[in-house]
Design a protein around this ligand. Structure first.
Ligand code: NAD
Length: 377
């Protein structure tokens, strides 16, 4: 038995437990030309391994890479990801990044050019209740991955870091990459730790990397039943005619960024990985702008909109889009919630020419439309 069948797509997926014998022959080249008669130039498609590619953000990243003619391999244990999020053209391995042996086999078999590392346990409150579990997935799982990236000479890795947790309660707004790391939860600590390890692996093993420090990501496929993802939670409730509860006074401010924009930044980061390393070196050497030279020390880039929105404003916007007749309920504040977080995103604009394209009201409309379609299915 070389492969099992996914229930949703009746398509094969791979488990290293069943040593892949019957491989689906993935096309190994984009095109062949024979400009000079008798000579063939084969242009290899790059291969990207996306961890967490069945999850909310990871599945959008997978779709975008496939649209851009990359060969994509997904590693996901489906602990929160869903089979229906999986792109049919991606090759899927159901396994945990904490499983060294299985992960190693995938790397040996697939030999990816790049890695986009999205897999994580994403619950801040779970990380507070069970720091060990958080560290096992988010730190040790990431270290397994980094080791195999080095062993298989991966050209670069993009890491999903968290602009909302690594800086703690920021001293100034918008918060730039130069702000000290002051994570207040084990989840934030794990993201900072992996950023440090990435720096270590780059310096010692020449593994290029980019850490994208996401703001509050929202959009289609977000789980409305998690603890985070206020937009998905509100939309789900409002479409059912239920009144959402706003925690505290609703004046908690966040930087909401659309998932399609986040996927685009992952693509840009990988496409420019080599160029980026040079830009960073040049900017550091020339110290064109002292602050930027300092900021790009760690290859970490904030990824948001630079615009803060309160939960009250969000509810108001959604109320208009959905034409929801009721006001919200108010409940007690959630312990430990930061009051405000807005990300300064000028650095990624300067270095990667990325900026968010989808503004909040457009992103909310797209998300509401998707949730409406889901309820009809
Ligand atoms: P998600 O839960 O939808 O995606 C995480 C994916 O990782 C899931 O598919 C899950 O099944 C998989 N996974 C979890 N543990 C795994 C393991 N041990 N081995 C293999 N796969 C595993 O969450 P998301 O919101 O899409 O988050 C993606 C990444 O972005 C995470 O690293 C998260 O920390 C980061 N991030 C998200 C946000 C946000 O606003 N959603 C903000 C900052 C950072």
């Amino acid at each position: 038995m070389g492969s099992k069948r996914c229930l949703q797509h009746n398509r094969p997926y791979f488990s290293t437990k069943y040593k892949v014998k019957r491989r689906i022959p993935a096309p190994d080249f984009t095109f062949m030309t024979n400009l000079v008669p008798g000579t063939k130039f084969v242009i290899m498609k790059k291969k990207v391994l996306v961890t967490g590619g069945a999850g909310f953000i990871g599945s959008h990243i997978v779709d975008l890479f496939i649209e851009n003619n990359y060969r994509v391999v997904v590693v996901d244990d489906l602990s929160s990801g869903k089979e229906e999020n999986l792109n049919e053209d991606a090759k899927f391995y159901k396994l945990s990044i904490t499983d060294k042996k299985e992960l190693e086999e995938v790397f040996q078999q697939e030999r990816p050019d790049y890695v986009s590392h999205q897999a994580a346990q994403i619950s801040v409150s779970l990380s507070v209740r069970d720091p060990l579990f958080d560290a096992q997935t988010n730190i040790l799982g990431s270290l397994n991955l980094l080791q195999y990236c080095v062993d298989c000479q991966v050209k670069g890795i993009v890491f999903a870091s968290s602009g909302g947790t690594i800086y703690g309660e920021p001293e100034h707004f918008p918060v730039s990459e130069a702000h000290p790391f002051r994570p207040l939860s084990p989840y934030g600590i794990s993201k900072v730790t992996v950023e440090h390890y990435l720096n270590f692996y780059q310096k010692n093993y020449n593994l290029d990397y980019v850490s994208l420090r996401y703001g509050n990501v929202y959009g289609t496929r977000q789980d409305p039943y998690g603890e985070a993802g206020v937009i998905a939670i509100f939309i789900e409730k409002m479409l059912k005619g239920e009144i959402p509860t706003i925690n505290g006074d609703g004046e908690y401010i966040r930087d909401y960024v659309y998932v399609g924009d986040v996927a685009q930044a992952n693509l840009l980061a990988i496409e420019n990985m080599l160029k980026l390393a040079k830009v960073i070196q040049r900017e550091k050497k020339e110290k064109i702008v002292e602050e930027i030279a300092l900021n790009i020390n760690s290859n970490g880039f904030n990824l948001g909109t630079g615009v803060g929105t309160s939960v009250n404003e969000l509810f108001h916007l959604l109320r208009e889009i959905i034409k929801f007749p009721h006001s919200a309920n108010y409940g007690p504040p959630r312990p430990g919630d930061l009051r405000e977080n807005i990300l300064d995103c000028r650095l990624i604009k300067r270095v990667l020419s990325w900026q968010s394209e989808v503004d909040l009201s457009e992103g909310l409309k797209k998300t509401v439309d998707w949730f409406k379609r889901q309820t009809l299915l």
